[in-house]
Design a protein around this ligand. Sequence first.
Ligand SMILES: Cc1cc2nc3c(=O)[nH]c(=O)nc-3n(C[C@H](O)[C@H](O)[C@H](O)COP(=O)(O)O)c2cc1C
Length: 203
Amino acid sequence: MMEKPAQTDYPIHDLLRQRYSTLAFDGDRPVEADKLGSLLEAARWAASCFNEQPWRFIVATKRHAAAYQKLLNCIVEGNQVWAKNADILMISVGKQRFTRNDNPNPYGMYDVGQALANLTLQAEAMGLRVHQMGGFDKDKAREVYGIPVGFEPAAAVAIGYPGELGSLDNEALREREASPRVRKPLSDIVFGDRWEQSYSLLE
Ligand SMILES: Cc1cc2nc3c(=O)[nH]c(=O)nc-3n(C[C@H](O)[C@H](O)[C@H](O)COP(=O)(O)O)c2cc1C
């Protein structure tokens, strides 16, 4: 199993440090049903604006081959090459309006993202790994799943037990998988007095 822990300036929780968007899933190891339950439970307990819970999840596992293939077919080819090994595939969907008053919910997708972050950390805690994808055909997903107007496909998600680097089909994928995780420095993203004036943690 590959590891590429985040190189941090300050210590963070191991689950956050070790998490990464893997390309190498163990294609032969199914995810236990109760673990899938825990993943969805973790997502369900995310915070959301007005407790709207705008998230919805379309789920398919390899156990049901036709359903799995239907979801895989919504994912772009460049992602399919590695996502096809993940035991679980999902599409997350966000409700665009508040149920309470039918006003637009500007936090809909924000909250779907929070639910996915919960799911991702729950996955790490159970020895699973998650890779989200924008690369999927939203119109196709709408059509084949009957996603109604007022709901927006957010991201496709691949989930499974991590596989070996050597299990990846080609050198380009292996190179991507082995490359370190990179981030902007804190000084580029954290501001104090004014926009783009770095907040000093030490003063
Ligand atoms: C909403 C979203 C969409 C993404 N889309 C793709 C994708 O289509 N294909 C892909 O290989 N990775 C995709 N990623 C993974 C990102 O490239 C990855 O999170 C980023 O490079 C940081 O790497 P890390 O997650 O390993 O830390 C996506 C991630 C998110 C959150």
